[in-house]
Design a binder for this molecule. Structure first.
Ligand code: CP3
Length: 341
């Protein structure tokens, strides 16, 4: 079988068409998702193979996307090692006892594959069902996980996180090392079960200056990517508001850098290291505009994407909950039609 356009673009090989998938393609924008989730809390859904398989497949059935993304959440491995946390609708992850001292950090134990048997089972079933279409595994990046743990929930300014990062560098290092090991293990479980690419969502690193990112986050993320290096699975690295960090996100060892909508892809291509493909970057809010405007912008993303060594079409961040699925269907078709060789 010919290797998929998605994996070929990750590897910077010529493609028969520009591959496309959407971050958060599964979820509240789909009525079929709202239906199956109606009586099942988010974290319970993430621990049930039947739910994981169904929700992962829903967007694949609806859109002709070139990859599926495993249905889970970045806090699932933290829940699996026993942290008292929940995902609240409209808010996000909420942690009962925020982690702000050495005792709390020391309680963060390693993740074992046996902690997440449902991941192994669901990935295996998905690979079978997807029949050659790649499955993307994912995990949260260390800064983003740390921010949820330290703040206790979503945060605009990350003030407690930065207080710990600047004020207690050794404790910060210990926390980052522990989170990196958990993330690495969570990704490895997905890869060993058959995921064919992985994405590290360090969504909130854009809160840091390049200098602080280099000193306090990059060494840990580099370690994760290095450990994954021998597994022959493309590594995608994504964050929001990372215009100033794009070079460092690729330096960390990613094969593909995900770009939000703030930096045009031709400019982003100049900022990443040679040998890096790009993923992105239509503004997700753009999908609320009339189709003609969407098509014009999508064409612009494709044109600028040609400056990259490989381009995977995506949004600049996740699909917004009120997005009309019809828009995503049209957009997927449009990207394929415009780029078919
Ligand atoms: O389709 C996919 O992309 C796969 C599923 C996925 C989810 N979360 C499911 C989810 C992925 C890749 C994530 C990653 C994730 N989770 C990130 C990184 C990606 C990003 O958007 O930057 C972050 C920061 C989180 C933390 C988190 N979990 C947030 C901010 C939220 C949204 C809160 C809300 O209700 O607005 C969640 C909950 C969540 N994760 C939902 C889904 C489908 C919504 C849950 C629901 O249906 O109520």
């Amino acid at each position: 079988m010919q290797e998929s356009p998605f994996l070929r673009a990750c590897r910077r090989l010529p493609v028969s068409r520009t591959p496309v998938w959407f971050m958060r393609q599964a979820g509240r924008s789909l009525p079929e998702y709202r239906k199956v989730r109606a009586d099942v809390p988010m974290l319970e859904a993430c621990a049930r193979p039947d739910m994981i398989v169904e929700i992962t497949m829903q967007p694949v059935r609806r859109y002709d996307v070139d990859a599926a993304i495993y249905f889970s959440d970045i806090v699932v491995p933290l829940k699996a090692i026993g942290l008292d946390l929940d995902i609240k609708t409209g808010i996000g992850p909420v942690i009962a006892d925020p982690i702000r001292n050495a005792d709390a950090v020391k309680r963060l134990r390693e993740l074992e594959p046996d902690d997440v048997p449902y991941v192994t089972e669901a990935v295996g079933r998905l690979v079978e069902e997807l029949d050659g279409r790649p499955l993307i595994g994912f995990a949260g990046g260390p800064f983003t996980l740390a921010s949820y743990l330290i703040e206790g929930g979503p945060s605009k300014n990350h003030e407690h996180t930065k207080a710990l990062m600047y004020g207690a560098p050794e404790l910060w290092g210990d926390l980052m090392r522990r989170l990196s090991r958990i993330t690495l293990e969570f990704l490895k479980v997905q890869i060993e079960a058959g995921a064919s690419a992985v994405q590290l969502f360090d969504s909130w690193v854009g809160a840091l200056s390049a200098e602080d990112y280099r000193a306090s986050v990059l060494p840990h993320t580099s370690w994760i990517f290095e450990q994954l290096g021998g597994l022959d699975v493309p590594r995608i690295h994504f964050g929001v508001g990372t215009g100033e960090l794009l070079g460092l996100l690729s330096e960390a060892g990613a094969d593909v850098v995900g770009v939000d909508w703030r930096v045009p892809l031709d400019k982003a291509a100049q900022r990443v290291q040679p040998g890096t493909a790009l993923q992105g970057n239509l503004d997700p809010a753009m999908l609320f505009a009339p189709w003609e405007a969407v098509a014009e912008r999508a064409r612009d993303v494709l044109d600028r994407g040609r400056a990259a060594e490989g381009h995977i079409f995506n949004l600049g961040h996740g699909v917004l909950p009120n997005t009309d699925p019809e828009m995503l269907a049209r957009l997927t078709h449009f990207v394929h039609e415009q780029t078919e060789q």
